[in-house]
Design a binder for this molecule. Structure first.
Ligand SMILES: NC(=O)C1=CN([C@@H]2O[C@H](COP(=O)(O)OP(=O)(O)OC[C@H]3O[C@@H](n4cnc5c(N)ncnc54)[C@H](OP(=O)(O)O)[C@@H]3O)[C@@H](O)[C@H]2O)[C@@H](O)CC1
Ligand SMILES: [K+]
Length: 491
């Protein structure tokens, strides 16, 4: 957003005017959402985020709000902020240095200019704000959250609401920043759209209304082969449900033809639950694929256009060899679950592999990257980009409460979904969904983005009717058809 501000300034909108526009937009939002009976304390830093706070306080004071300024920085002020501070002094807005009496705290300490860990008095005051149990409204981004990554730099304000200016900052949507932002409202501060569009951001927030454009085409004159010949490789005696759900999910997402390659001992499960699927029975040992299953499958691989490997497959040397053989085949491949465990061990041979989508959760991803899960959770964006440096032709679906999709130098952020999706089997439905879409459209990024959306949004729809406690991956599987139907209607 810094870039957009600068373009607007270079294009002739003075910085002081932008600050005034930001303050006005904030004032309008306050009039809508904050009662005049509240006692408002605006905590201002020395950068332009503080400047927004000074403009807001002046406008609220003129409108007879009970408002006070808590100046956290008094010496190192930007020019615009200094000028607006002077205006507040002239207008008679009261200054204080405590906030015990306040009922609403407004956080204007740091905005997009924060670039290092918060320490000293800043840290103390932010901790006091968080401990105060008062309603906290953050301006632009909760102070302490890195607006570009969502990382917390030392400490961060725990806001109930965030009024962000002109565009949603990435850090408001990615964990842990998302946990600090509360409800996010985007305020138009009048920066012309042409400035925003011209920077062509590489990071996209997934939006329902745009998902229609990600739908694969369906043709009047077509047959099942036009929508992909999918092969799902997986299943084991203890995990036969995973591949069942994944294959059904791929079919529900539009795949034309389905074949499941499963250990002989799982054949019956597929035969009785996935009527639309053909079956390749593989030799097995104790319910897991046997070493000779790799050659058996390789000999029959030719017809398939997209392959999913991993759901319920288990862990063994044969599984590693199976994943290796599928990677070597160069066919479009989705790797999930224990397929990722196998990938971890052979990854260095496949840094150049294209047409491959990996769908790890944080622990699986941490194992691939040889780091801890905590390191992943602290900075999803950083580690996702690190992965892409090593595997520049792959597509990464890094699953979490905010799933991120990495493809080339672009990132998509998904904020749909709910904690009812945190249940065994959810990942299988998602992997199947992505596979079904990839089978119809050779664009891995489009398949991954729409697949993540379909799965999460289907989960949100189910949540409207069912408790999050009871939500099952199979409920989501059934709901996919309703979400697709809605998208079709808007095509
Ligand atoms: N430009 C415009 O016209 C518009 C701007 N707008 C508003 O401005 C905000 C961005 O303003 P900004 O760039 O001044 O950054 P902001 O976060 O307020 O101040 C950071 C300053 O603090 C410092 N600093 C950094 N880290 C620190 C730390 N850990 N501990 C201590 N100090 C630290 C650092 O200075 P340094 O000490 O590095 O010299 C830096 O100068 C944006 O979020 C939006 O609210 C909008 O209204 C639209 C129009
Ligand atoms: K702030």
């Amino acid at each position: 957003m810094h870039e957009v501000d600068q373009m607007a300034i270079d294009g002739g909108i003075p910085s002081l005017q932008l600050m005034e526009q930001a303050g006005n937009a904030l004032f309008e939002a306050f009039v809508q959402n904050v009662e005049k009976t509240e006692k408002i304390v605006i905590v201002c830093g020395g950068g332009n985020n503080g400047g927004d706070g000074y403009v807001l306080s002046r406008l609220l004071y003129a409108a007879d709000y009970d408002v006070f300024i808590f100046p956290l920085e008094t010496t190192k002020l930007s020019l615009e902020t200094r000028m607006n501070r002077e205006s507040c002094v002239v207008a008679g807005v009261p200054f204080i240095d405590i906030f015990e009496e306040a009922t609403v705290l407004v956080d204007c300490v740091f905005g997009t200019g924060l670039d290092r860990d918060i320490q000293g008095t800043y840290k103390d005051v932010i901790e006091q704000m968080n401990a105060s149990e008062k309603r906290i409204i953050a301006v632009d981004i909760p102070s302490g959250v890195d607006s570009a990554t969502g990382k917390v730099l030392g400490v961060a304000v725990q806001a109930h609401e965030t009024y962000t200016l002109q565009t949603g900052k990435i850090g408001l949507y990615i964990y842990p920043g998302r946990l600090h932002a509360g409800n996010v409202h985007i305020l138009d501060i009048g920066i012309p759209e042409m400035y925003i569009q011209s920077i062509h951001p590489k990071t996209h927030l997934i939006a329902k209304k745009e998902m229609v454009d990600f739908l694969p085409d369906r043709f009047m004159h077509s047959n099942k082969a036009d929508y992909g010949k999918v092969l799902c490789v997986g299943g084991s005696i203890h995990m036969s449900g995973a591949i069942t759900m994944a294959s059904l999910s791929a079919l529900r997402s539009g795949a034309g033809m389905m074949t499941c390659a499963v250990p002989e001992s799982v054949r019956e499960v597929i035969a009785t639950n996935v009527f639309e699927s053909m079956i390749i029975p593989l030799s097995d040992v104790a319910g897991i694929i046997a070493p000779k299953a790799v050659d058996e499958l390789q000999a029959q691989l030719d017809p398939y256009s997209v392959i999913l490997v991993g759901c319920g497959i288990g862990r063994s040397e044969a599984v590693v060899d199976m994943v290796k053989m599928l990677l070597d085949s160069k066919k479009p491949l989705i790797i999930d679950a224990d397929g990722l465990w196998a990938f971890r061990q052979i990854q260095d041979h496949y840094t150049d592999r294209e047409h491959v989508i990996l769908t790890p959760h944080p622990k699986e991803f941490a194992d691939i990257m040889n780091i801890t899960t905590k390191e992943v959770i602290d900075d999803f964006l950083y580690w996702g980009k690190k992965f892409m440096e090593k595997f520049p032709k792959a597509t990464l679906v890094l699953k979490s409460e905010t799933t991120l999709i990495f493809h080339k130098d672009e990132v998509w952020i998904n904020t749909y979904g709910n904690n009812g999706l945190a249940k065994g089997g959810s990942g299988d439905v998602l992997a199947g969904c992505i596979t079904g879409l990839y089978a119809q459209n050779e664009d891995a990024a489009k398949a991954a983005v729409l697949g993540v959306f379909l799965h999460a949004y289907a989960g949100d729809r189910v949540k409207k009717r069912k408790s999050v406690f009871s939500l099952l991956p199979t409920d989501v599987l059934k709901e996919i058809q309703q979400v697709l139907r809605k998208l079709e209607e808007h095509r």
